[in-house]
Design a protein around this ligand. Structure first.
Ligand SMILES: Cc1cc2nc3c(=O)[nH]c(=O)nc-3n(C[C@H](O)[C@H](O)[C@H](O)COP(=O)(O)O)c2cc1C
Length: 201
C-alpha cells in the first residue's frame, strides 16, 4: 500500500471482528516494523506489551472503563518506555559502528539524560508517539485497523501488565479487523490555524 493511502485510510476503529486472530507471522511483521521507528540517540527506549491472552484482555478492558474494542480487537499493544534506557549498556545501540564512535555517543547520551527526569519522560513520550504511528500505518498496510487509546486508569493498566519500576505507560493501541467504519472526520482544523510558517506571529 502507498504510504499516503495508509495515512489517509487509517482511522480510529472501535468495533472489530472478535473471532479474527492474527497469525504469529503477522504479529512479528507488525512488531518488527515498530522497531524501525526512530529514537533519540537510537536508544530504543520503547517497550511493547503485546496482549492477546483473553483473560489479560478482560482485565485490560475493565481498566479501560469497559471499552469493547480492548476485548474485541485481535490484539492490544500497550506502548511503554524504559526511563533509564540511556544507562542500559548504551554502547550496544551503536554496536555496528566503530568502537570509538559508539563510546562517544554512549557518553553523550548518558550525560544528556542522566538525572534529568523531565527529559527522560519527554523522550519516552516522543518515542512511543512515533512508534505508535508506525504501528498504525503498518497495520493499515497489512489490511488491519487500529485505535490509539488513553481512556484507561493508568494504575490499573500498570497492574494488569505488571509494569516494572523505571517504566512508564504511553498509551494502548488496538489492532484488528474492522466490522464498522469510523464516523466521518468530526472537525478537522484548517491548515491556516495549525501550520505555522517560520515563526509564530
Ligand atoms: C492519544 C490518543 C488517545 C485516544 N484515546 C481514545 C480512547 O480511549 N478511546 C477511543 O475510542 N478513541 C481514542 N482515540 C481516538 C481519537 O478519538 C481519534 O484519533 C480522533 O477522533 C481522530 O479520529 P481518527 O483517528 O479516525 O482520524 C485516541 C486518540 C489518540 C491519538
Amino acid at each position: 500500500m502507498d504510504t499516503f493511502d495508509a495515512i489517509y485510510q487509517r482511522r480510529s476503529i472501535k468495533h472489530y471482528d472478535p473471532t479474527h486472530e492474527m497469525t504469529e507471522a503477522e504479529v512479528r511483521k507488525l512488531m518488527d516494523a515498530a522497531l524501525q521507528s526512530p529514537t533519540s540517540f537510537n536508544m530504543q527506549n520503547w517497550r511493547f506489551v503485546v496482549v492477546r491472552d483473553k483473560e489479560v484482555r478482560k482485565q485490560l478492558r475493565a481498566a479501560a472503563y469497559g471499552q469493547a474494542q480492548v476485548e474485541e480487537a485481535s490484539m492490544v499493544i500497550v506502548l511503554c518506555a524504559h526511563l533509564s534506557a540511556h544507562a542500559l549498556e548504551p554502547q550496544r545501540y551503536w554496536r555496528e559502528s566503530p568502537p570509538e564512535v559508539g563510546k562517544k555517543l554512549a557518553d553523550m547520551l548518558f550525560n544528556l539524560y542522566e538525572g534529568n527526569e523531565q527529559l527522560q519522560r519527554d523522550e519516552a513520550m516522543r518515542s512511543v508517539g512515533i512508534a505508535g504511528q508506525t504501528i498504525m500505518l503498518a497495520a493499515k498496510a497489512m489490511g488491519y485497523d487500529s485505535c490509539p487509546m488513553v481512556g484507561y486508569d493508568p494504575a490499573k493498566v500498570a497492574e494488569v501488565i505488571r509494569l516494572p519500576e523505571e517504566h512508564v505507560l504511553g498509551y494502548l493501541i488496538t489492532i484488528g479487523k474492522a466490522v464498522q467504519p469510523a464516523w466521518p472526520k468530526p472537525g478537522q482544523l484548517s491548515s491556516e490555524e495549525v501550520v505555522i510558517h517560520d515563526q509564530f506571529k
